[in-house]
Design a protein around this ligand. Structure first.
Ligand SMILES: NC(=O)c1ccc[n+]([C@@H]2O[C@H](COP(=O)([O-])OP(=O)(O)OC[C@H]3O[C@@H](n4cnc5c(N)ncnc54)[C@H](O)[C@@H]3O)[C@@H](O)[C@H]2O)c1
Length: 475
């Protein structure tokens, strides 16, 4: 077992300023997979100082150089495919197929797509005799969650490097090993010293001093709402820019003309993916009242086929939740749904048969849910579908938008005009019609309490830039 108990600062692995460590638990076996440093403020100070120094030259690198850098990173990333897939399977408990085709590929796509969009990115524009230019913001603090260890990190890192910003990354203490592999990839790709710094640790020890650091000009965070609020409060002390990607409670509207077999397959897929630990999970399924029974029967059939178990097995479709804490949280929501009067139609409390070790849960369907219930309003972050009945499309849209969140929305059906109209009416940053996946250059981010700002592609690069006008530049 390789131990990553050092921090990666100024281009090398160095001892942490803290003697404390954090065990990374494999959620399928409940055994220790790896150990990382539990960093502290002194580590953060060193990392920010390195990033600040490196910024002086990195900000002036030519765009072509940064395109080449991102391409080299993507090449090195591809060489580490087996390690990344193995690590995500063990630290997150993601089924091996999902580790490869969901997680590994998402990270790779961000590095490749960002390199492509950077080639055509307009950093300068002439307006009369003046120049309007965009330049990198400076040292950025990046804080990421555990549910997509390569996706969340890669999309922020690719955008920051493309912009010419230097970074200090604090990954989730629950899935930090993928980030350690990224440090090795950057080293192999020739990322200049100090451009990328990794400080492992928990929120209090590392996240807080990073958010408070006066030399950090921007915080880019993905995670829960309460943590996002705390980071924003800290950042407000010296008016750092903040970009926040937070939670969701996304609706999936099944239209009257939808093929119910197809709708059931799509809806269940969007609930159980990554064991429901997806910020864009479609956890509120809205179905025409007279079609609910048929839909639920079909959704139950699809869900009962989902293979839950050992993430290392090739045919496993759903692994465990990340931790005991998340297991308990999902259990408490299942209990709450029953107390509130929703009908537990499939799944429910406890672990699936023959899976007593590991944080496994049963994929679950609630029917008879109304939108005021806690299970329809709060993010469960587990494979729990709430089915809500609607009378007409106006009511469906009203229910869909009756949430504090606005991250994603889905609509399934046949009539193209109706699909477009519903897609336009949902108040959320990302909408998918039927099974459309889109491309990696589309903006991603939330309305309302789902966040501030946009990531991915050129929109992601914009986040790490400041805008300057120079009057008389062409006079
Ligand atoms: N919108 C999106 O793009 C998106 C994507 C994935 C996950 N999420 C959200 O993330 C949440 C789950 O992730 P989580 O449980 O890891 O979230 P979390 O907020 O508990 O932790 C996220 C990160 O913040 C750090 N952190 C904790 N307290 C901190 C503090 N006070 N100051 C600074 N950093 C601190 C953690 O160590 C971790 O690295 C869900 O709510 C989910 O919806 C959102």
């Amino acid at each position: 077992m390789v131990k990553y108990t050092k921090q990666f600062i100024d281009g090398e692995w160095v001892d942490s300023e803290s003697a404390d460590t954090i065990d990374v638990i494999n959620p399928a076996t409940e055994e220790v997979f790896q150990t990382v440093a539990a960093g502290n403020k002194a580590d953060v100070d060193k990392a920010v100082a390195a990033a600040k120094k490196a910024y002086l030259s990195f900000r002036n690198t030519d765009v072509k150089e940064r395109v080449a850098l991102l391409e080299r990173i993507a090449d090195e990333y591809e060489k580490r495919k087996d390690d990344i897939v193995y690590t995500i399977t063990n630290e997150l408990g993601s089924p091996i197929d999902m580790s490869e085709n969901g997680h590994y590929s998402a990270g790779l796509n961000h590095f490749r797509t960002t390199a492509e969009v950077l080639k055509d990115f307009q950093f300068e524009e002439r307006r009369g005799d003046s120049l309007v230019m965009k330049e990198s913001i400076g040292v950025a603090g990046l804080i990421t969650p555990w549910n997509f260890p390569t996706n969340q990190t890669a999309l922020k890192l690719a955008a920051a490097f493309a912009a010419g910003s230097t970074v200090v990354l604090k990954p989730s203490e629950e899935t930090p090993i993928t980030a350690c592999i990224l440090a090795e990839i950057f080293q192999a790709a020739g990322v200049p010293k100090g451009v990328f710094n990794l400080v492992n640790g928990d929120g209090e020890g590392v996240g807080v001093p990073l958010s408070e650091h006066p030399d950090v000009r921007m915080m880019s965070f993905t995670g829960s709402g309460p943590t996002g609020r705390s980071i924003m409060e800290k950042a407000a002390q010296d008016f750092k820019k903040v970009a926040l990607e937070l939670g969701g409670k996304s609706p999936l509207i099944v239209l009257d003309d939808a093929d119910l077999d197809e709708a059931a397959r799509i809806a269940v897929g969007r609930v159980v993916r990554n064991t429901g630990q997806v910020c864009t999970a479609a956890t509120r399924t809205l179905v025409p009242k007279d079609k609910v029974d048929d839909f639920v029967e079909k959704a139950t059939a699809v869900m009962s086929e989902v293979k839950v178990g050992d993430p290392r097995a090739e045919d496993t479709e759903m692994g465990p939740l990340i931790s005991k804490k998340q297991f308990d949280r999902v259990q408490s929501y299942i209990k709450k749904g029953q107390e509130e009067g929703a009908t537990l139609h499939y799944g429910g409390s406890g672990k699936p048969d023959n899976l007593s070790t590991g944080y496994f849960v049963k994929p679950t369907i609630f029917t008879g849910v109304n939108n005021d219930m806690v299970i329809a309003q709060e993010e469960i972050f587990g494979p729990v579908m709430s089915v809500l009945a609607y009378d007409d499309l106006d009511q469906a849209i009203e229910i869909a938008n009756d949430t504090v969140y606005g991250l994603a929305g889905y609509v399934v059906g046949k009539d193209k005009e109706q699909l477009k109209q519903v897609a336009r009416s949902i108040e959320a940053g990302t909408i998918a019609i039927n099974e459309e996946q889109g491309t990696n250059d589309l903006p991603f981010g939330g309305y309302k309490q789902s966040g501030i700002g946009r990531e991915w592609g050129d929109y992601g690069i914009e986040e790490f830039l400041e805008v300057k006008s120079i009057k008389g530049y062409y006079a």
